[in-house]
Every structure is written in structure tokens, then in C-alpha cells.
Design a protein around this ligand. Sequence first.
Ligand code: SAM
Length: 260
Amino acid sequence: EGSLACVGLGMMLGAHIGPRARNYIEQADVVFAAVSDALVELWLQDMHGDVRSLQPFYAEGKSRHDTYREMVEAMMVEVRAGRRVCGAFYGHPGVFAQVPHHAVGQARSEGFLAHMEPGVSAEDCLYADLGIDPGRVGCAHFEASQFMFYQRRIDPSAYLVLWQIGLAGDRSLRRYSTDAQHRALLVDLLAQDYPRDHEVIIYEAATLPITSPRMERLPLSGLVEATLHLQSTLVIPPAMAMQPNQAMLDRIARLDAHRV
Ligand code: SAM
């Protein structure tokens, strides 16, 4: 009976993988890999003899929708053939990643057992490296392009994290970077809620034990000319204090007064 497990490898090679994820990899008949780095793929090959890269499905000029559909299908072909399939994804397989969610959903809809095993995501690393507790004043996460294409309510008293900042403004889903002019539009959008000199952070978690994370602080306006990569995440610290919700506090006070 075929089955599917989508597991997370964590961000740092060899350092973040959990025993359950490792077990799913070792027990699988075939492993599909979507990882950030060729070294990580080599490391996976040490754990299993049949590791197939999902990387070749990506191509400049090809829609990522097609890429993702083909990746899901490649895994499903093996599941339908009755094999235990493991999809190994860097970070957390369910965080800002469509393929593992779609694959698990597809497998279940066809009656197969499917499981997602969490991993250490870029989000987890950024909290540790930047010393941010998302519970202190709150923290909102958006995909950068989606943040531009749709009307969102921004709360400048909380942290704002924008993923895929290197692709900000790409409507084609075919590019692997966008240019300064697209970023200038994003800065204009953010400038409606933040001063242009507000300090933001470009964050890149270390993916090898021998490297250090990138934690580059710069003014919001500097984002236009900044060097951004596919693995860059933008962190915008709060620009103002939380404002008390006096109306709600009054209602609670009235409620409590009736209780005594
Ligand atoms: N599933 C992944 C995870 O758990 O972190 C995220 C995959 S998402 C398709 C890719 C985005 O994740 C990047 O554009 C970036 O925002 C973030 N990301 C990936 N690698 C990163 C790294 N080394 N440091 C910081 N952010 C990273």
C-alpha cells in the first residue's frame, strides 16, 4: 500500500533534522528532495540509496504553478505504484511551501496514508538569531508579492516579516529575482505605515555549520538597492508602541464591576 510522508530537514545541514524525519527517510522506498543546497542533497544520499531531486522541475521562464504541479505528480506516481514515498524539504515542509501541502492533500484524497512531519523553519532560526519573541508585541508573516498584490491591514506596532523578498512584485511566477524598480514600489507601499528611515533587517539563516547568518540592518529606503537573494527574508521591527484598546478595556471593567 502506497503512502506519503513530507518531512522537514531544518535549515542547517545535519543540525536540525529530528529522529522522526530521519526515520521516514530511512524507511522510505523512494525519497524526493527539494532542498536549498547541493550539499544537502549529498547528505540525504548518505541516508538513502534512491534520492531523486525535485530541483530539475524549476526552470527560468517556466511558471512555478507548473513546476509545483509536476513535483506533486512525480511523487504521486510512486505512491500510486504502492511505494512508501518520502518528500524531504528543507526547513519546515508546511511553511511557505505549497508542494508538501498539495501532495499530502492529493494523497489523502486518493485514499492513501499521508503525513507531514514538521521541521525547523527559517522563521524559527530568525527568532533565535535576531532575539525576537513573536509573542512580545505580535508578529505577522506575509509572502512579499502577495503583500503587494492584495490590500492588507498593517499593524506597525507588531513585527512584520516578508518572505520571498527577493521576488517581491513578480506577477509572472516565472522569475527568480526582481529588480530595484519593483522593490521601490514595495518601499512606497510600506512607507504608508513606516518612516522611510525606519530600520529593517535582511535575514538569511546559516545553512552550513561553518557559516554565519546574514543580519543586515538598513533603512527601509535602502531596500531598493540592497542585495537580495532567493533565501532572503525581510524583518520589519515595530515602528510604534501598542495603542491600548480603551473601548474594550472599559467593557471589561464594566463586566468585572458587576461580578463583585
Ligand atoms: N519551507 C521553508 C522554511 O521552512 O523556512 C521556506 C520555503 S519558502 C518557498 C522560501 C523563502 O523562505 C525564502 O524566499 C525566504 O523568505 C525564506 N528562506 C529560505 N531560506 C532561508 C534562509 N536561509 N534564511 C532566511 N530565510 C530563508
